[in-house]
Design a protein around this ligand. Structure first.
Ligand code: 13P
Ligand code: SF4
Length: 359
């Protein structure tokens, strides 16, 4: 629905008053009313790089979710302050891996005698504490746009993809499995799912020893809703449609789709698409709606027929953004995201490792 004109006016005034002191980052899943005020939009990888590249901004307003704002705090200088306009904008996937559980899992790998042969790789969608765990154990962070390179790098540290070394992949089992199987050529049998609620992750010692990918039992509730049936239905309805989905979708959905990629990849693919071509997109709805609007010469469908917003991304709305900006204009710091120094140090090691990956 169109935003309240008074609120839009207040947003413009507050943004102008902050000027260069502030930099506003907007993730692709944000509402249009928020994206309108973003200085830069991007996927989580691009936004991490953009945050690191703005040393002059006193305030970094992060319109996205909590783990992204934490990463921005880690990658910016101590003098810069990162603000998340609504502190309730978390991520249910990131919440599926708690640091205590991850440390317990690592102790299990040590007991079984495979920890020295295992490299942790954590998806950006995780708490700073888990990124710090990854840094301490000489692993790397990855995002959906560089998971393949990150996994190759990790396997190379323990004898290569064709060797016997392992990756502990946190916390999204689907991104881990999709990348390992479809891009690295591992088999589904090489992957096991570690369930933190069960003793030894619900796995036998033999299963842990034989595995190449130990996948944390986490998933995205938004992308987890797309099904193979959705793919079949859209193919029946729209002949010639190209189905493109985010790698957080289930393995069978990705296998049934034609293309897989991060939000930034999806945007670029549509920019390059032929006029008149038809697309069905399996990712969050704010982005798909914006793509449909941006490409009136192409048919852009949503892969599911039901509404599928990310409810936590949607918590950042224009009222929250206006409140945060007006508070800063009045000299009041609100909703600052600060990662404690020790976690920030080790999380930065893992984030810098990601930023140093080739490509
Ligand atoms: P991207 O890495 O594509 O930005 O995705 C982030 C995310 O939260 C997807 O659910
Ligand atoms: Fe987290 Fe999924 Fe929302 Fe992305 S779409 S922020 S993974 S809940």
């Amino acid at each position: 629905s169109p935003s309240d004109p008074d609120l839009v006016e207040r947003a413009r005034a507050a943004r102008a008053a902050l000027g260069e002191r502030a930099f506003v980052l907007g993730h692709h899943y944000q509402r249009d009313e928020v994206i309108d005020f973003a200085d830069v939009t991007g996927d989580s990888f691009k936004l991490a790089r953009e945050a690191a590249a703005r040393p002059d901004a006193e305030y970094v307003l992060f319109c996205g979710v909590h783990f992204m704002a934490e990463s921005a705090d880690i990658l910016t200088s101590d003098a810069q302050q990162v603000v998340l306009p609504d502190l309730a904008a978390g991520c249910s996937m990131a919440d599926m891996a708690e640091i205590g559980q991850v440390e317990e899992a690592w102790a299990v790998l040590q007991d079984v005698g495979i920890a020295d042969d295992t490299v942790p790789v954590t998806y950006m969608n995780s708490s700073a504490a888990i990124k710090a765990f990854t840094g301490r154990h000489e692993g790397t962070v990855c995002t959906s746009s560089n998971a393949q390179v990150a996994l190759r790098w990790a396997f190379d540290r323990v004898g290569g993809v064709d060797g016997t070394g392992k990756v502990l992949f946190l916390p999204d089992q689907h991104l881990g499995r999709n990348t390992a199987v479809l891009q690295l050529g591992l088999s589904l049998d090489d992957c096991v799912v570690y369930d933190p609620r069960k003793p030894r992750g619900g796995l036998t010692e033999q299963q842990l020893r034989d595995a190449r990918m130990i996948l944390w039992r986490g998933h995205c509730s938004v992308h987890g809703r797309f099904s193979v049936r959705n793919v079949e239905e859209i193919r029946a309805k729209v002949p010639g449609v190209t189905v493109m989905a985010h790698p957080e979708c289930k393995h069978e959905v990705i296998t049934a789709a034609d293309e897989v990629g991060s939000t930034e990849y999806i945007i670029k693919a549509l920019d390059a698409a032929e006029p008149g071509s038809s697309w069905a997109i399996g990712t969050e709805l704010n982005l798909v709606r914006r793509l449909a609007k941006a490409h009136p010469d192409k048919q852009v469908h949503y892969l599911d027929s039901t509404v599928c917003f990310c409810s936590t991304m949607n918590r950042i709305d224009l009222p929250h953004l206006v409140w945060a900006m007006e508070s800063l204009v009045e000299g009041r710091m609100v909703n600052r995201i600060v990662v404690d120094a020790d976690d920030a140090h080790w999380a930065r090691v893992a984030l810098d490792q990601m930023l140093a990956l080739p490509g």
